[in-house]
Design a protein around this ligand. Structure first.
Ligand code: B16
Ligand code: MG
Length: 227
């Protein structure tokens, strides 16, 4: 018995736009007198837009001065900058090994899902030419709770009509790994410093179906299903 679905995070797994988020947040934060650097930006990986803004305001000691309307304006300003920076995105921005993995999963009839908290996910997938590769994409605007809550991965499983115990999730952020684990799926982490992932790889270039199958066969849940 093998896994029935693979559910991907977008930013940091399918493509990497962290530097574009950084440029957009840095300019927006500078406009209100808050300086952020690349090390601070690393903490925003996998964190939703409004939660990222909250962290930036806290970092600058200004959270008390911005009400909901002012925050919405800042978030819109940041997103306008980010969307402008996304204009150059195309297939060349797909991370190594991902196109081949999506093709191999589709050939084997393994369902493919997307669990990104980005409200720009549909536009990013379209720019990468990958929209049709995904059997189900979670609509982040409909979520009540963000990662590390498992809601996004449970929603993806429901959309693909697979049980979480039959699915693998792939993430580059700690909040995402925690969300996958809390959902009852098996977790694969990309990058360094991730705690609690079932398997951690340095790069997406290492991902392929035989590797995922070998990982799956080591999971207690998969063995229990065979028995
Ligand atoms: P948006 P993921 C996340 O994408 C990014 O990692 C995170 O930095 C960003 O703040 C978040 O999307 C929201 O993005 O402003 O476009 O809605 O990793 O969940 O694919
Ligand atoms: Mg990510």
């Amino acid at each position: 018995m093998t896994f029935a679905a693979v559910i991907f995070d977008l930013d940091g797994v399918i493509t990497d736009t962290a530097h574009l988020h950084f440029q957009a947040w840095q300019a927006t934060a500078a406009g209100i007198g808050i300086a952020i650097d690349a090390a601070f930006n690393a903490q925003l990986k996998g964190i939703s837009r409004m939660d990222s803004l909250e962290r930036i305001l806290q970092h600058g000691g200004k959270a008390a001065y911005y009400d909901a309307a002012a925050r919405a304006r800042l978030a819109a300003e940041k997103n306008a900058r980010y969307v402008e920076l996304l204009a150059g995105l195309d297939r060349r921005a797909i991370l190594p090994g991902i196109s081949e993995l999506l093709e191999a999963l589709a050939q084997r009839g393994i369902a493919i899902g997307l669990a990104s908290v980005s409200l720009n996910a549909p536009a990013i997938l379209a720019a990468l030419g990958l929209t049709s590769r995904f059997n189900y994409c979670v609509d982040a605007s409909r979520l009540r709770r963000t990662k590390p809550d498992p809601e996004i991965f449970l929603t993806a499983c429901a959309g693909l009509q697979v049980a979480p115990a039959q699915a693998i999730g792939i993430e580059d952020a700690q909040a995402g790994i925690d969300a996958i684990n809390a959902s009852g799926m098996c977790s694969v982490g990309i990058g360094s410093g991730l705690q609690g992932a079932g398997l951690v790889l340095d790069s997406t270039a290492e991902l392929n179906v035989p590797l995922l199958q070998a990982f799956w066969s080591t999971q207690p849940r998969a063995i229990a299903q065979v028995n």
